[in-house]
Design a protein around this ligand. Structure first.
Ligand SMILES: NC(=O)c1ccc[n+]([C@@H]2O[C@H](COP(=O)([O-])OP(=O)(O)OC[C@H]3O[C@@H](n4cnc5c(N)ncnc54)[C@H](OP(=O)(O)O)[C@@H]3O)[C@@H](O)[C@H]2O)c1
Length: 323
C-alpha cells in the first residue's frame, strides 16, 4: 500500500510517500481501506520530532483519524462486517491506503455525510467530548470560552457547546476567523492579535475554558473563571509554565485539569466512542453539527497539507484523500 512516512524529524518536506505492507488485523481489530484521513495539529508536532507515537502505534506513519470501508475483521469482532462504512480514531498510521484499529474505536458513518467529512470527526470530537463535557462538565446555560476557535478543535467545541445550550465565546487570530466562529454559534470572538481577551470577557466571566495556549494565558484564564469554574488544558503552545495566585483558586473554588487523548488505553477510547455515538451522532444526523472542510489534498500532497496547517491560514479541517 502507499503510505506517507516521516523520513526524519523536520519540516513538511520530510513527509515522503513509500510502499508499505498492508497491516494485519489482530483478533480485536478491523482492517480499513481508507478513503480520507484528517490532518491534525499533533501530526505536525510528531513530524517535527516533538510528539513521539505511543507504544503500539505506527512509528513513522502519522494520522489520527480516518474514514473508509472495512475490509477484514479479527476473529473476536462482532459489530462490524466487510463493506461497512466507518470512521475511526487511530493512535497513528492514518496517512495511508489501509490501517488497522481496535474495533471499539470505529463508528458508523452517518448517512448524511461522506467519508471526507466523516474523517474530520474522531480526533476533534473525542477530544472535545472528553475535555469540555466530561472533564469540564459544561452544562446548558453556562459560559464557555475556547481559544483557537477557528481550528479543528475550535470549530468542534463551538458547535457542540452551542448545541448543548452553552453560551459560547472564542478567540482567533483574524477578523475573518472571528466571523467564522460567530457564524458557527459563538456569541463573541476576540481577535487576540488586536485585543486582550481578558479585558473583553471579564464582564461575562466563564464557567469553562478550553485552552491549548497556556503561558501568559494561564493567569488571564484563571481571572476570567467564575466561582466553581473549570480550566481544561489540551496543549500549551504558548508555554507550559505560568504564574497564578493560588488564593484565587481557593476563593473561587476552581478546577484546573487537562488530558492527552492519543496515549490513552483502548478501553478508554472505546468507552468514549460509545458516548460520542450516543451524544454527537444525533446532532450530525440532524445537521446541528457540521464537519467543516477547509481544503482537501491528495494523499501524496501531505507535505502541502502540513504547510497549509503550519501557516494557520485554515478555518476548519484539512483532509487527505486517497485517489
Ligand atoms: N490533548 C489532546 O488530546 C489534544 C487532541 C487534539 C488536539 N490537541 C491540541 O489542540 C490544538 C488544536 O489542534 P487542531 O488540530 O485543532 O489545530 P489547528 O486546526 O491548527 O487549530 C489551532 C488554532 O489555534 C489558533 N491559535 C494559535 N495560537 C492562538 C492563540 N494564542 N489564541 C487563539 N488562537 C490561537 C490557530 O490560528 P490563529 O492563531 O491564526 O487563530 C489555529 O486556528 C493543538 O495545540 C493540538 O495539539 C490536543
Amino acid at each position: 500500500m502507499k503510505a506517507i512516512i516521516i523520513s526524519k524529524p523536520g519540516g513538511p518536506e520530510v513527509l515522503e510517500m513509500q510502499e508499505r505492507k498492508i497491516p494485519e488485523p489482530a483478533v480485536n481489530d478491523v482492517l480499513i481501506k481508507i478513503k480520507a484521513a484528517g490532518v491534525n495539529r499533533p501530526d505536525l508536532f510528531q513530524r517535527a520530532g516533538n510528539y513521539p507515537p505511543p507504544p503500539g502505534a505506527s512509528p513513522d506513519i502519522p494520522g489520527l483519524e480516518v474514514a473508509g470501508t472495512i475490509v477484514t475483521c479479527g476473529a473476536n469482532v462482532s459489530r462490524w462486517k466487510k463493506g461497512d462504512r466507518v470512521c475511526a480514531l487511530l493512535s497513528g498510521g492514518g496517512y495511508a491506503e489501509y490501517a488497522v484499529v481496535d474495533a471499539g474505536q470505529c463508528m458508523s458513518i452517518p448517512d448524511n455525510i461522506d467519508e471526507a467529512e466523516a474523517c474530520t470527526i474522531p480526533e476533534t470530537v473525542f477530544t472535545v467530548w472528553n475535555n469540555v463535557f466530561q472533564r469540564g462538565r459544561l452544562a446548558a446555560g453556562e459560559n464557555f470560552l475556547v481559544h483557537g476557535g477557528s481550528g479543528g478543535i475550535g470549530i468542534t467545541a463551538i458547535q457542540l457547546a452551542k448545541a448543548f445550550g452553552a453560551n459560547v465565546f472564542a478567540t482567533a487570530g483574524s477578523k475573518e476567523k472571528c466571523e467564522a466562529c460567530i457564524a458557527l454559534g459563538a456569541i463573541e470572538c476576540v481577535n487576540y492579535k488586536e485585543k486582550d481577551f481578558e479585558e473583553v470577557f471579564i464582564k461575562e466571566g466563564m464557567d469553562v475554558i478550553l485552552d491549548m495556549v497556556g503561558g501568559d494565558y494561564i493567569p488571564k484564564n484563571i481571572n476570567l473563571l467564575r466561582p466553581e469554574g473549570r480550566l481544561v488544558f489540551i496543549n500549551a503552545v504558548g508555554g507550559s509554565r505560568g504564574e497564578f495566585d493560588v488564593r484565587t483558586i481557593m476563593k473561587k473554588r476552581l478546577t484546573i485539569t487537562g488530558s492527552m487523548l492519543r496515549a490513552r488505553e483502548i478501553s478508554f477510547k472505546a468507552a468514549l466512542a460509545i458516548e460520542v455515538e450516543k451524544n454527537v451522532w444525533p446532532l450530525i444526523e440532524s445537521g446541528k453539527f457540521k464537519p467543516i472542510i477547509y481544503r482537501r489534498f491528495p494523499l501524496r500532497e501531505a507535505a502541502a497539507a502540513h504547510a497549509l496547517m503550519e501557516s494557520s491560514e485554515h478555518i476548519g479541517k484539512i483532509v487527505l484523500m486517497n485517489e
